[in-house]
Design a protein around this ligand. Sequence first.
Ligand code: HEC
Length: 122
Amino acid sequence: MKYLLLLITPFFFSCQSKEEITQQQYSVEGMALYKTHCENCHQADGSGLRDLYPSIQQTKLSPEALACLLKNGKKGNGFMPANAKLQALDIAELMTYMREKWGGKKQIYPADSVKIALLNCR
Ligand code: HEC
């Protein structure tokens, strides 16, 4: 039993760190995308800009609705432009970054989930 544990333990740690590395890659890419596409309006800390642009620190949007918003933009009281060029992976990276920065959760949001969400935007 002792030997079995010795055998398994390194596997366990290498699996875990691979997931962590992917999460970090998504998050770093997401941060770069955020700077390019979002920061002008919502600011680096996500607090928004007066009455013009809302804070995104505590958004109540579901992940699906968020994916659609990032892709298609929204015209409500204000106007958020669409980002037609963002691919599912870009959006997944953005969402992973937002989740870590404002959700306090280091968990990847998978590109496949974004793809499904984008097929069902209203
Ligand atoms: C030109 C300014 C502008 C840019 C650039 C922009 N947004 Fe927005 N965003 C807005 C405005 C305005 C709203 C409010 C739209 C409405 O409901 O009227 C909004 C709404 C949101 C919301 C919903 C907030 C809530 O809880 O209702 C989120 C989340 C969000 N933006 C994230 C992003 C992200 C991430 C990016 C980059 C991909 C981005 N925005 C780029 C202006 C912008």
